[in-house]
Structure formats: C-alpha cells, structure tokens
Design a protein around this ligand. Structure first.
Ligand code: N01
Length: 536
C-alpha cells in the first residue's frame, strides 16, 4: 500500500462500541484528530448486534454507565435494575449525539489489515471498502465478545429453515409463534433467550453441552428514590467502584468480611438464601473466598445445585441441568425463569454429551436418539473471545511479524494494553487486563484515560513511539498467570481461557487481580515514566 491515496489522522480507532466512543471523545478533548472505523451500521458494539429476545445486561444499570461526565449521568434515567438491550443502545446513541461523535465515525466498514511502517513510524490501515488510513497511533477498541462462533455442525448447509446467531440478531426481531425452534448453547445468551422463545414457540429443543449456573436476576423497575440517591452520590460511588476489585457497587454493610468456612452451616444457608432472594450476582460475594478456596466454593455450588432441583419438576431433567464445576468459575448467568422453562410441556432438553448431534437435514436436527423437526435454529454458541476480534484482522508490527505469529501460543501483552513489537498500538480492555472480569465500562474508562495521558506525555516530551519491552511483557504475562492460578477460575473450561474454541491455545486471558489494584499499578507505571515501555 502507498499512502498517497490514504486519509491521514492523528489516531485511528477501530470500533464504535462503548470503548471506541469514549476513546474518540477523549482524543478530541486532548486536541487530536481521530477517526473511528466501525463494521456495524451504527454505534453500540455488542449492544448493536445482540438484539435476541431477553437480551439484558448482567451488571446493574446504575453501575453500567459512563462516569466521565456528571452532566451525562444527571440527564439519563435508567428504568430497570438490569437494563434491556434496547435501553442500553438508546443510552449509547444518546452519548453519541450528545457529544457529537458520529461525524468522526465511518460505519459499515470493517478493518481488514493494519501494518506498522517502521520508517515513517505510523500505522497504515486498510478496510473492506477499499479505504486506506494512516496515523501514528492505532487503538483497537474491538471488544472482548464481538466475533461470534457457530459450530460447523454436519449438514447445516442443507437446512432449509432460518438460522440465527444471538450475536447477530435481525434488527426487526423474529416472531417464533407457531414455529418449532432449536436453541444450541446454554451460556448467558441462551439462558436469556430460551424462556422468551419458549413462551412463543410451538416447540423448543434446547441442545446443551455444558449446564451453567444461573442466578435469578430479580429484575424490577428502579424507583425514583433509587435513581435520585445514585445521582446524588454518583461521584463518590464511581470513585469507590473504581478502587474496588469488581467495579460494582455494594454498600459497606453488605461487603463480605469472612470465609464461608468460618460460618456455621445454618447461618451459611441463611446468608445464601438472603443473597439468592436479593437477585443478581450478589450471591457470589456472600463470602470473601468463594473463588479462591475450593471448600468454600463447594458450599455455594451445592446451594445453587439444590436450587435447580427445587425449580425443575422432573428429576432426570434437573440432573442434566445441574452443573458440576465450581460456581462462578465460568461466567455466572442471570435469568428470569430459565430453569422453570424446562417444566413447560413444549420444551425438550437434549444433552449433546449423551445424545450427540449427528447431522442436520433440511428440516431437522438428528441426534443418535431422536429426530427433532425444526423450522429455525438459534445458535447461542458464543464468541472467539478477547483475542478473536484482534486476530481476525491482519495486523503486522515491527520486522513484518504478524500478531498471529506473536500470539501463536496465546495472547501476550503488557498490562493488556500494549504488545511488544507493535509500537503505538493500544488495545482497550485487552487480554491481560481486568476487562470482562470487572464492570467493563469502568475497565474501558480506565484504559482510555491512561492511553490519553500517555499520548499527552509523548507529545509533551517529543516521543514518537512507545512499545512494551519484551521483558516487561514476559513479567506481566507471568504475573497474570500466577494470579489466575491462585484462584479456582483455571480449573473450569470456559471462554475466559479460550477452551470453547477448537485449537485455541488455553490461557486464562483476563487479569483476575481486580480493577482497583490493576488501576493503581497502571498509575504507578505512568508515574515512573512509563516503566516497562520503550519510548523513542
Ligand atoms: O456465549 P457462551 P454467550 N454444541 O460462550 C455452547 C456475555 N454476555 O453468548 O460451555 C453445543 O457463554 C457452549 O457450551 P460449552 C457474558 O460475558 C452477557 O452465551 O462450551 N453447544 C455454551 O453453552 C457471557 O459469558 C450477557 O460446553 C455448544 C454456549 O454454546 C458472554 O457474553 C448476555 C457448541 C456458549 O456460551 C458469552 O455468552 C449475553 C456445540 N458445538 C452474553 N459450541 C449479559 O449481560 C458451543 N456451545 C446478561
């Protein structure tokens, strides 16, 4: 590529989701000309694509919002404890309009290649519409869960009915009334969609590979008092959320202070019952050690297993729906009536471990034991998480080394922000940062602010390039791994470690050390003159 016909910018941002939008706003505030390149037709990222029935956030609305603008929080009113996808998308559109962001975003355009040109110290970017862009800095705000994966089931190309993926849902919705439907996959998306599809469809087959723990959301409208109280205390709560491990609010009186094993069994049962009744993911924070001590975790796991047996009428179905891994080590799901859905006469659970899918015909999914006639198949089969969206682009750094080569044994980053050999490339909420293990909006804001400060530092001191040193990167990768190994997370196969994708190297990708601790460390790195980075 020559850069003769390329458009020049100060910064190129890929993606107009929550990360890309705030990055753009911040870049403008610091006097930079940025362009955002977005594959979708509008803003929103994951909330633009995920329009399946029942799609909601599993973080409480009052926590799931930007904190950078007091005026923004004052003028936006959330209606429910857990916001629906359309309300979140409306909020994101409001942000785009309010800060006049759209004029620097090109939509319907997918970045296909990015190459660092060493002689010029700049990135050349190509998109699928043939456009070319050049800038000294490239920022990947591509999201952790934006590359859907559909399993290559034999015969799928022969299927004559409709095929959907929860992560690419049609914009005008789907009416399943009087239709026979299959849902493949029982992660967060499947668990939210299944009760809604079951309520419409004539017949629903759910194909499950791994049962999942799901907690009752107990969603409800927010009261005026709740909204006003958060508004009044917004800055203080945001500050304390940012310093906390999860980035989620919990009043001091509700913060766990002891191990599950330090509590008599009766008291423990009462504690779990209380948090189960309060809804959301609060149950996982009943005690301090549920994700680090297997014996403590077992008490919560057994509690949740009993709840499933209480909700599901047929014991054989309840058995199939009961997970046997440490609760919380796979992303916990939130639901509204998921387990009870299997009591409906029009719903059949197919455990593909016992009864694997052998083929798909024109009008059926055929397993070893049955033929399920269906008019539509919904894949709720998840994503090539965290690394997938980056590796889907052809990214080349110093010396012609591609990111696919650099990450052939799994992702390697410094702070989840930067990759050795890829100067002036930043990743927002990338592998090696808290990202999806904390309130992701706060993870995004912290990265965006850090990147903007770093660019100011470079401008003020006349530096052209910044990149992670290989030693600092090795030490960070080792640290991320060490911290993960001290928890129960790596004991369970999940998309956190890439084990949902055949052939993907298994490495626990997010940083489990907590948002507050990570933020403090990043601040120290900056204060020490960007320790671990090479600036030139
Ligand atoms: O994807 P998943 P998701 N045959 O990977 C199964 C966020 N999110 O879209 O577990 C049969 O969790 C797979 O089985 P297994 C949230 O962070 C948030 O549901 O790999 N089944 C699994 O059951 C979440 O964690 C919200 O054995 C197959 C399912 O498909 C993340 O996105 C809502 C299969 C995929 O589950 C991803 O969630 C939605 C096959 N060949 C999503 N291949 C909220 O905020 C895969 N599966 C509430």
């Amino acid at each position: 590529m020559t850069d003769n016909d390329a458009m020049r910018h100060d910064v190129i941002v890929i993606g107009a989701g929550l990360a890309g939008l705030y990055m753009l706003h911040k870049l403008r505030q610091t006097g930079r000309r940025a362009i955002v390149i977005e594959a979708g037709s509008d803003v929103g990222g994951t909330w633009y694509w995920n329009r399946y029935p029942g799609a909601r956030c599993d973080v409480e609305s009052l926590d799931y919002q930007y904190t950078f603008s007091d005026a923004l929080q004052r003028e936006w009113t959330w209606s429910e404890r857990f916001a629906r996808q359309d309300e979140i998308l409306a909020y994101i559109n409001h942000v785009a309009d309010r800060f006049d962001l759209r004029r620097d975003i090109v939509f319907d355009t997918r970045v296909t290649r990015a190459r660092f040109v060493e002689a010029a110290a700049e990135w050349e970017v190509e998109a699928d519409d043939g456009s070319r862009h050049v800038a000294p800095f490239l920022i990947a705000a591509t999201g952790a869960l934006s590359l859907p994966q559909t399993p290559p089931l034999p015969g799928i190309e022969d299927f004559k009915g409709d095929v959907y993926h929860t992560g690419r849902w049609p914009h005008d919705g789907v009416d399943f009334t009087a239709r026979r439907v299959a849902v493949v996959g029982t992660g967060s998306s499947g668990i939210q969609a299944i009760p809604n599809i079951a309520a419409q469809a004539e017949r629903l087959y759910v194909f499950q590979r791994t049962p999942n723990f799901s907690l009752p959301a107990r969603n409800a409208p927010l009261t005026e008092q709740q909204v006003e109280e958060r508004r009044r205390n917004f800055a203080d709560i945001a500050r304390s959320n940012k310093a906390s491990p999860s980035g989620l609010y919990r009043p001091p009186s509700d913060v766990a202070t002891r191990s599950a094993l330090d509590v008599p069994a009766e008291q423990r049962a009462a504690d779990y019952e209380k948090w189960w009744d309060r809804g959301g993911t609060l149950l996982m924070r009943t005690y301090t050690d549920l994700l680090i001590n297997a014996d403590s975790n077992r008490t919560a796991t057994e509690f949740a297993q009993r709840k499933i047996r209480d909700m599901v009428e047929r014991p054989d179905v309840a058995d199939k729906l009961t997970p046997h891994y440490h609760i919380g080590t796979k992303r916990i799901c939130l639901d509204s009536g998921y387990y009870e859905t299997f009591n409906r006469p029009n719903v059949t659970l197919v455990d593909v471990n016992e009864d694997p899918i052998s083929t798909i015909t024109g009008d059926a999914i055929v397993t070893a034991g049955r033929t399920c006639q269906v008019d539509a198949i919904v894949f709720a089969t998840g994503y090539d998480a965290m690394t997938g969206p980056l590796l889907a682009m052809d990214i080349t750094g110093r010396g012609g080394r591609t990111m696919r080569e650099a990450w052939s044994d799994g992702p390697r980053t410094y702070l989840g922000l930067s990759i050795a050999g890829f100067p002036n490339l930043f990743v927002v909420a990338g592998p090696g940062s808290p990202s999806v293990l904390a309130n992701v909006i706060l993870s995004i804001e912290q990265h965006v602010d850090w990147i903007a400060d770093c660019l100011d530092h470079m401008r003020d001191r006349g530096f052209e390039t910044i990149e992670a040193s290989p030693d600092a990167q090795d030490a960070w990768v080792e640290h991320v791994n060490e911290v993960a190994q001290a928890t129960l997370y790596p004991r369970t196969k999940s998309w956190y470690s890439g084990s949902n994708i055949a052939g993907k190297p298994e490495i626990f990708m997010p940083y489990v050390g907590g948002l507050g601790r990570y933020t403090a460390h990043c601040a120290d790195v900056a204060r020490d003159g960007y320790a671990g980075f090479v600036l030139s």
